[in-house]
Design a protein around this ligand. Sequence first.
Ligand code: IMP
Ligand code: MG
Length: 176
Amino acid sequence: MPDALRSVLLSEDEIRRRVAELAAQISSDYASVDELLLVGVLRGAFIFLADLSRCLTIPRRVDFVALSTYGGETTTPGEVRLLLDLRTEVRGAHVLVVEDIVDSGRTLALLLRLLRARGPASLKSCVLVRKPARLEVDLSIDYLGFDIPDVWAVGYGLDWADRFRTLPYIAVVEPG
Ligand code: IMP
Ligand code: MG
């Protein structure tokens, strides 16, 4: 493990098992749907989305949005901007937003509001990790991988100032 990291929070194996469980649940819930539109939130969700989407057994397509948050890299800012929009039509589509992490919940809440306004046939969310102690908004998550404590987590898509994104496990950054 790199020096800047303190401990492993979720091992590669735990993540792989949970992703497979989520994919099985989603495949079953959407079994009667023509096609599922997976919307990954860049950049953090790219690894989770890659693994999750390949475990699904239903017809699906993948698209991305990028959101930017004002403020420092390891603080949770209050304002969110859409930097890159979908190429896919949302109206009438069954949309599942795939996010790496929910901290205050503001980013996901804003994205869901924005997508709902476009008239999807259905709209749900799938989040790998949530920090329940930090939630500031009322946000229901339809598919959740794990709840974690209030720490800065990196790996499996999550970064700390753009570092550690491609670690295969999720670890805690050493403060200071
Ligand atoms: P929000 O507070 O739920 O809106 O989350 C804002 C963003 O902060 C997330 O999408 C992540 O990019 C980032 N973030 C929050 N906590 C962590 C963490 O522990 N590790 C890495 N990124 C985080
Ligand atoms: Mg994110």
